[in-house]
Design a protein around this ligand. Structure first.
Ligand code: AMP
Length: 467
């Protein structure tokens, strides 16, 4: 289940050479909505003119037919955002559109740059004026300052200087340029729809518009879409190591997406198999925490032979703020989103499966809800290892001190969430599920092994105010 206090990441989508580019970008963003619900935007272009609409809220509410019809041109890029850096307001919404002395640029970025502060300070000392608090803005300034005349060379230089996670789309007057950082933290994929090339964070966006999935953009690869079709370049880089985000597979991506060459749903189910093998328990039913625990629960049930039951029903239509009744209702927040089916749970020994425990607060409420509905025992099973370390590469995790597993034993967490037993999948099993390419992944949130270190990292790790 998605927690309210946890901020999500972003999704990007771009299409070149299609006279319905804005409409298809709107659909693509809709398919990527799970990657960010704070703001959304589309920028399209035609004959050197850019058309933009960016607003706070969700794709379906922001874009009316009339608004889309004003986004002219045969190319467009779009973005859904839930901030990981920068404040949450319209100025920080993307795509970010700028005019500079060589023309116009629109930029849509997913990921976190770890040397943002350093570059920003340097650029400001040299006279740059920043309009936002988004890390992506440094890329724009670096592109503008580059001495190269060719736009791809300018972008290459800028992307060589930034460090961290980026899957990025940049639109100029006549090109869309996509790039993935040399470590490949965040996903980015290439699709094709008749004569149009498409780039998207997740393949589920291709399915919705009927595009064919071609392949992933490789780490450090630059993809150029222009009137010559598709061409490729590379970001010059040193010390790069594939570091695909394993948490995309565990939690973030949509189960129907193909991510880093694996279907997310099957992968999560496999985690459930391994969890059942590693952490068996005598029980009557396996129940998922919807929606995040569904695939792993099915896997757990399949392997253990314990029947799968849907005992928690999710209300998908929960908005942002709710007016609480004067007379307070127990567990109001979680009850708005979930309700337990008493008849299914009464007198049962339940294996409750979720993908992760972060602060433990939601899990505690859900365990209580399941018990109040009559469950005799609740055995919590988590389809990933303990989350001990914050992410600096685009997944918004709380501070280290707020991550319950960083300061509590599994026994203590079990007591806190009031479960009868609690077990997590081991890191070895997670790697086993990834099979031969397990060394291509980043596990920093589990083992603190950060692929890119940066000067103020230790301070950030101990900083209780880091958000
Ligand atoms: P908690 O009980 O507070 O630890 O929350 C656990 C729930 O948060 C699980 O249902 C997870 O699926 C979900 N979750 C894990 N990571 C994130 C994240 N980065 N953003 C939103 N929800 C998350």
């Amino acid at each position: 289940m998605k927690r309210e206090y946890f901020r999500d990441k972003c999704g990007v989508f771009g299409i070149y050479n299609n006279n319905e580019s804005a409409n298809l970008t709107y659909l693509g963003l809709h398919a990527l909505q799970h990657r960010g619900q704070e703001s959304a935007g589309i920028v399209s272009a035609e004959n050197d003119k850019f058309y933009s609409h960016v607003a706070m809220g969700q794709v379906i509410d922001i874009f009316t037919e009339e608004r889309i019809s004003k986004l002219l041109g045969n190319m467009a890029i779009g973005h859904v955002r839930y901030s990981t850096t920068g404040d949450s307001h319209l100025l920080n919404a993307q795509p970010f559109l700028v005019n500079y002395f060589r023309g116009k640029l629109a930029i849509a970025h997913n990921g976190n740059l770890v040397n943002y502060e350093m570059l920003k300070n340097r650029l400001e000392e040299e006279g740059s004026i920043f309009q936002t608090t988004m890390d992506s803005e440094v890329i724009v300034h670096l592109i503008a300052k580059s001495q190269h005349s060719d736009i791809v060379a300018r972008i290459k230089e800028a992307l060589f200087l930034v460090e961290g996670a980026f899957s990025i789309l940049i639109m100029t007057e006549n090109k869309i340029i996509g790039a993935r950082d040399p470590f490949g933290f965040r996903p980015l994929n290439i699709g094709i729809l008749n004569d149009s090339y498409v780039l998207a964070s997740e393949t589920c966006a291709f399915d919705l518009i009927g595009a064919k999935y071609v392949r992933e953009v490789k780490p450090a690869e630059i993809v150029i879409l222009d009137r010559n079709g598709i061409s490729y370049d590379t970001i010059p880089s040193i010390n790069r190591k594939n570091s695909f985000c394993v948490f995309e597979h565990i939690y973030f991506a949509r189960p129907d997406s193909i991510l880093f060459n694996k279907t997310v749903y099957s992968f999560r189910k496999r985690l459930g198999h391994l969890l059942a093998q590693e952490e068996p328990v005598e029980a009557d039913i396996v129940v998922p925490v919807p929606d995040s625990g569904v695939a792993a629960s099915i896997g757990y049930s399949e392997f253990s032979g314990i029947p799968y039951e849907t005992a928690l029903i999710r209300n998908h239509y929960v908005g942002r703020t709710f007016i609480e009744p004067k007379q307070s209702i127990r567990h109001f927040g979680v009850k708005l989103k979930l309700n337990a089916i008493k008849e299914v749970l009464e007198g049962k020994r339940v294996v409750l499966v979720d993908d992760s425990i972060v602060r433990g607060t939601t899990s505690r409420k859900i365990v209580k809800m399941v018990k109040e509905a009559g469950a005799k025992e609740v055995h919590m099973r988590i389809s990933s290892p303990t989350t001990n370390y914050p992410c600096f590469y685009g997944i918004d995790t709380p501070t280290r001190s707020e991550l319950i597993a960083s300061s509590h034993t599994i026994e203590e967490i079990k007591r806190y969430i009031t479960a009868d037993s609690l077990a997590y999948l081991s890191l070895e099993s997670l790697k086993k599920a990834l099979s031969s390419d397990h060394s291509d992944y980043c596990y920093a949130c589990f083992n603190g092994d950060y692929p890119i270190k940066f000067p103020w990292m230790d301070t950030r790790l101990n900083d209780t105010m880091f958000k």
